[in-house]
Design a protein around this ligand. Structure first.
Ligand code: NI
Length: 183
């Protein structure tokens, strides 16, 4: 397994609609495992393939709490086959929008059909944090971020801050390179 670099917003690669996988073969399985390793290391509870630069419909999720047995879900081509009318609001974050959080309203329960790591069709009924997390990751496959669900004002504020800290980091990195070459 390998840890992959996570793309931070704003970035055009996070705005793409992703293509389905034809089948879950060894390459897709490996991507799923690499994504899980990347997610656990971050740490996070969900990750979508576009966040590591792969425009494919693959997500991984594990909402088990610290100290609990891990419950990794590897999903390809996930599809919501049923959503409750009842909605719930949860504070969401995202590894591609580090250190920013906002309340997002979504259906409280969903039923999701997907291909697992063995290319078997499966269905899962999810509610609470799991339902929120799966819907959040599935949004990524359409190029949608959690900030796209909140007010334009708040979204603009978050994206400006991220742009600023990206620029600061790039400047820091080039200073380090300059310092290194001056030696
Ligand atoms: Ni996310």
């Amino acid at each position: 397994m390998a840890k992959l670099p996570i793309i931070v917003a704003p970035d055009p690669r996070l705005k793409l609609a992703c293509k389905p996988v034809a089948r879950v073969d060894a390459a897709v399985r490996r991507l799923m495992d690499d994504m899980l390793e990347t997610m656990y290391a971050a740490p996070g509870i969900g990750l979508a393939a576009p966040q590591v630069g792969i425009a494919r419909r693959v997500i991984v999720v594990d909402v088990a709490r610290t100290g609990q047995e891990p419950r990794p879900l590897r999903m390809a081509n996930p599809e919501i086959v049923w959503a409750s009318d009842q909605e719930a609001s949860y504070e969401e974050g995202c590894l591609s929008l580090p250190e920013h959080y906002a309340d997002v309203v979504r259906p409280e329960e969903v039923r999701v059909r997907y291909l697992d790591h063995e290319n078997e069709i499966r269905e899962i009924a999810a509610k609470g944090t799991l339902a929120t997390c799966i819907q959040h990751e599935m949004d990524h496959l359409e190029g949608v971020l959690f900030v796209d669900h909140i007010s334009a004002l708040k979204r603009g504020m978050i994206l400006r801050k991220l742009t600023k800290s990206k620029k600061a980091k790039a400047a820091e990195a080039s200073e380090t390179v300059a310092a290194g070459s001056a030696r």
